[in-house]
Write a protein that binds this ligand. Structure first.
Ligand SMILES: [Zn+2]
Length: 271
């Protein structure tokens, strides 16, 4: 437990980037601390290592919520399962047969099939005993110890969902994953305290590609936040073309609330 896993609900940006390998923006990964437990939302390639680099102990995690199956969001799932297996084996060889705490992997429909295919040809014949999988349907709410999490369908891939956390202190946090602009995203972030929206592209590139690539720009993200009445907007999932323009300044022309451009290691309490 460290300053980033305190009893107060909080968000830590582990990776604010994309599939592009950049030293300052790791692949998408968010750490949500409910006040009692700690979950990742997405784990792109290298997320466990990024946690360790930010001096956050991965053994404090209770699970991960996946928004969709693109590699930049789910790439470290294989590594997470391998890590849990190795921890299990290490304990057994040390004479400790106590099961590791349950680690729950949540995701949209298709999660179990995805994992079965992932391990079809791998030498790991089964899952570590501590792992359980839960497929979450749009509009379904998962009740945790002192927090609830509701999935909302978002327009990106067929299975894509965003997650809205409601904490024991009454505060709310919504994370879009990858998405375009539509009314279901407004429902996801309606009157939310903190909206974490992707901001993949600058406005020009977004305008050219929006009919075939489902992402947001600073203006479309800000329009969603404004329409939904979100209080704080955090822009993340930033490709290089968006990293070289003033996305906060552009978004502020549309959105009246507080705007933060995510950076790796950024920590915010939700209170
Ligand atoms: Zn995607």
């Amino acid at each position: 437990m460290n300053e980033k896993t305190t009893p107060t609900p909080s968000l830590t940006i582990i990776g604010s980037g994309t599939c592009m390998p950049l030293p300052h923006r790791k692949a998408p990964c968010n750490l949500v601390s409910t006040g009692k437990a700690h979950f990742l939302v997405d784990s792109g390639p290298g997320s466990l290592q990024a946690l360790a680099a930010q001096k956050i102990d991965p053994t404090t995690l209770s699970g991960v919520f996946y928004t969709h199956f693109h590699g930049d969001h789910i790439g470290d799932l294989n590594n997470i399962i391998t890590w849990l297996w190795v921890r299990t084996w290490a304990n057994n060889y040390a004479g400790d047969t106590t099961l590791l705490p349950v680690f729950t992997i949540y995701g949209p429909a298709g999660l179990v099939t995805y994992v079965q295919n992932l391990y079809k040809y791998a030498s790991l014949a089964s899952m570590p005993p501590c792992v359980q999988f839960v497929e979450v349907a749009p509009n379904e709410t998962i009740t945790l110890d002192n927090c609830s999490v509701t999935a909302f369908k978002v327009p990106h891939t067929a299975e894509s969902v965003g997650y809205r956390f409601t904490f024991a202190n009454g505060k709310t946090l919504a994370i879009s994953g990858d998405t375009a602009h539509n009314n279901s995203v407004i429902n996801l972030i309606k009157n939310v305290d903190v909206a974490v929206l992707e901001c993949s592209y600058d406005d020009d590139f977004h305008e050219k590609t929006k009919h075939e690539v489902h992402h947001l720009s600073p203006t479309t993200a800000a329009q969603l936040a404004q329409q939904a009445g979100a209080k704080t907007l955090i822009l993340t999932h930033i490709y290089p073309c968006a990293d070289i323009v003033d996305i906060a300044g552009i978004a502020q022309k549309v959105f009246n609330g507080k705007i933060i451009v995510a950076s790796d290691g950024m920590y915010a309490t939700i209170e």
